[in-house]
Design a protein around this ligand. Structure first.
Ligand code: CP3
Length: 655
């Protein structure tokens, strides 16, 4: 062309639109792209994770010091160093090193060996070249009896499923210890804008400068529901990768690489991209070209949109309008336990993480929350967490057992037990929930409201006193009847923690709060009034006023008026009551939520439709009805039936 630089064949992007995801060297990257005649968009895809947010690493340290780890496998040198950087923020280095010296330590190859030696740890087992998961498994099988052993696997970046599965197959009890140095940036708007531009074909060159960047970029594209379009966009652009590790990660994500410089340096990468982009693009975009654009797209489940998706502000979302009892274009619907075991996406994550890990790793919790919303097309997200999480900092030994529900190892049975509970600062010990809410908030942008939640004081008390789920609430009621002072002391303690916890969620971005008093139906009205109502009322009254509260319980036919007295903008109904009668009793100056029998979802879609219609008929289009089940979705529920319900409610309620 006409520019003198071009005449001399100096490398130039010739004003191509170049997107880079670099964070730390953002300014340098932009300057280089400009120097080579490109138009840069820098969309940082990462931010350094604060050390104290590495819950898995801290949890590992705790288990290690308590003697609950038998074998620790270290996969990468960087990961070993990161793991220690995190652990020493909480625990003494010497104690950690001492604890590691007492167990079997396994290093995958020279890099973790070197990193361990820096800490004066000589690994018990070193895996020989080429040190893939196969060598790890065969070496360990030969040298260590794995059955019944508690094995921790330090991971950095991507997890190695084959290794984890292989260890489990040999009878080990495996915990993955992912160490995160990088997470998504706090302000994701530039990244999202860049991903959308790529998906829309409004960019020419994509520059990837680390493998973690690739992971985050893909995660964000999926969260935005444009994974396929984004991949399609890249296939019509020049994809430049800084080096082999980054390229591997791109290939893992089914992204083809157009160029990788001989030396993995930013300057080389951009120069080479400037030199070759025009030619590569000409090949890709020529009309006859059947290049990557025609590549089959990786399969991904369709993202479903609620009828409301589009151009309105979140405040006007039908879900929030219904909470305020304003007229809505259709009845909003969401489902208790919408992110749970009935969903294959959930089970896939659950295979590799304990339930607590899923709650405590904000990225995971956020992903699960958002996946459920997108898969079902519901009108609200509910943060993936559990009502029992505040029991963790109480130190009562909460465990989630496979199948049998939660177990509290040291239940509270007396005033002495109650007084031993330390003061709890939700902002510290439950910060991971707030982080997850922030993640979800950003991923959902202003499309869908997000529900935060907690257990109501009685339901939490029942777990604390019984030590788990219960039928008769015998221990709980015995404490309540025998020692009312101790009972009220405990309820006040719970109410205080719950209030802080709920407002932490509101401050992080929850738009609605639901209080679950799942087991309160076991009480008669007098006991409710005397032992429960004041405490529930104090919690609801303390939730920040701008945020509507849904107050839910089951088997509450005898308690509805009292629950209403305790508070809530919306009362959650189970399926045992007739919605029209319940609403009439409550009064129309409060909303209602419910109330399809969760078991109805096992019936044929035609029957589900009929039953949904019956509930809509009972609500009679009155403002203030939110459609839901009468209790949580059951684990065996067919996903397509759930989707059929959501669609049916939207369609049949459209006004
Ligand atoms: O999608 C959502 O609704 C958000 C997540 C959520 C969970 N628990 C996840 C969870 C919510 C809102 C809860 C609330 C909850 N937790 C309640 C109140 C609602 C109700 O069902 O009455 C109660 C009583 C709990 C306590 C609890 N947590 C129990 C009794 C159990 C075991 C029983 C079961 O269903 O597994 C849990 C574990 C739990 N909480 C799981 C999930 C997805 C299953 C964990 C697993 O995968 O093993």
């Amino acid at each position: 062309m006409e520019s003198p630089a071009e005449d001399k064949q100096a490398p130039s992007f010739n004003r191509l639109r170049v997107v880079a995801f670099e964070a730390r060297m953002a300014a340098e990257t932009a300057a280089l792209i400009r120097r080579f005649g490109g138009r840069p968009t820098i969309a940082p895809a990462m931010r350094e994770v604060p050390l104290e947010d590495n819950y898995a690493a801290l949890d590992f340290a705790m288990r290690l010091l308590e003697g609950r780890v038998d074998v620790a496998i270290f996969l990468t040198g960087v990961g070993v160093r990161e793991l220690f950087r995190v652990m020493v923020t909480r625990y003494e280095r010497a104690r950690l090193v001492g604890a590691l010296a007492r167990i079997i330590t396994v290093a995958r190859g020279p890099k973790p060996v070197a990193a361990l030696r820096e800490l004066a740890i000589e690994p018990t087992v070193t895996i020989a070249e080429p040190n893939t998961w196969r060598e790890i498994l065969s070496t360990l099988s030969a040298r260590v009896e794995l059955a019944g052993k508690r094995v921790a696997v330090q991971e950095y970046g991507v997890s190695n499923r084959e290794l984890l599965a292989g260890l489990e197959a040999r009878g080990a009890e495996v915990t993955a210890v992912p160490v995160y140095r990088w997470t998504l940036p706090a302000d994701r708007a530039p990244l999202i804008a860049a991903l959308r531009a790529i998906a829309a074909g409004d960019a020419d060159v994509a520059i990837f400068t680390s493998s973690n960047q690739v992971i985050n970029v893909m995660q964000m594209a999926e969260a935005e529901g444009i994974g396929a379009e984004f991949r399609g966009g890249l296939a019509r652009m020049v994809v430049a990768s800084i080096g082999p590790v980054c390229s591997d990660q791109l290939r893992t994500n089914a992204i083809a690489i157009d160029l990788e410089p001989e030396h993995p340096r930013l300057g080389h990468l951009i120069k080479e991209a400037a030199t070759r982009s025009a030619e590569i693009l000409a090949g890709k975009r020529a009309p006859s070209s059947r290049a990557q654009a025609a590549e089959p797209r990786p399969r991904e489940p369709a993202r479903r949109q609620t009828p409301a998706a589009g151009n309105f502000s979140l405040r006007d979302h039908p879900m929030l309008k219904a909470c305020r009892r304003e007229p809505v274009p259709y009845t909003p619907v969401w489902l208790m336990r919408q992110a749970g075991r009935y969903m294959p996406e959930y089970r896939r994550v659950r295979e590799r993480h304990s339930f607590l890990e899923m709650c405590q790793q904000p990225d995971l919790a956020a992903e699960i929350t958002v996946t459920a919303v997108e898969r079902l097309g519901v009108d609200a997200a509910i943060i993936f967490a559990d009502i029992l999480l505040p029991l963790v900092p109480m130190g009562v030994g909460l465990r989630y057992e496979g199948g049998d529900g939660p177990v509290i190892e040291r239940p509270l049975r007396s005033i002495a037990d109650i007084e031993k509970i330390p003061p709890i600062a939700a902002a510290d010990s439950l910060a991971f929930v707030a982080d997850a809410i922030r993640f979800v908030r950003r991923a959902l942008a202003d499309r869908t409201p997000l529900i935060g939640f907690a257990g109501a004081p009685f339901t939490l008390a029942s777990y604390l006193v019984e030590g788990g789920s219960s039928r008769q609430y015998q221990a709980t009621k015995t404490l309540m009847y025998n020692d009312p002072a101790a009972w009220h002391r405990m309820m006040e303690m719970i109410a205080r923690v719950t209030t802080d916890y709920l407002n932490l969620q509101v401050d992080a971005g929850a738009d609605v709060i639901q209080l679950f008093d799942s087991w309160v139906g076991s009480l008669g009205p007098d006991d409710y009034r005397r032992f429960v109502l004041p405490h529930t009322r104090s919690v609801i009254a303390a939730v920040r006023p701008a945020v509507p509260v849904i107050h839910f319980g089951t088997i509450t036919g005898n308690l509805l008026e009292l629950m209403r007295e305790a508070g809530g903008d919306v009362i959650g109904l189970d399926w045992r009551v007739d919605l029209a009668q319940a609403w009439a009793r409550l009064g129309y100056d409060v909303g209602v939520q419910g109330n399809l029998d969760p078991v109805a979802l096992f019936a044929e879609p035609e029957e589900i439709r009929r039953r949904a219609r019956a509930i809509l008929d009972l609500a009679a289009g009155r403002p203030g009805h939110i459609f839901n089940l009468g209790h949580g979705i059951l684990p065996e529920t067919p996903v397509d039936h759930v989707i059929a319900l959501v669609d049916a409610v939207h369609e049949m309620s459209r006004r």
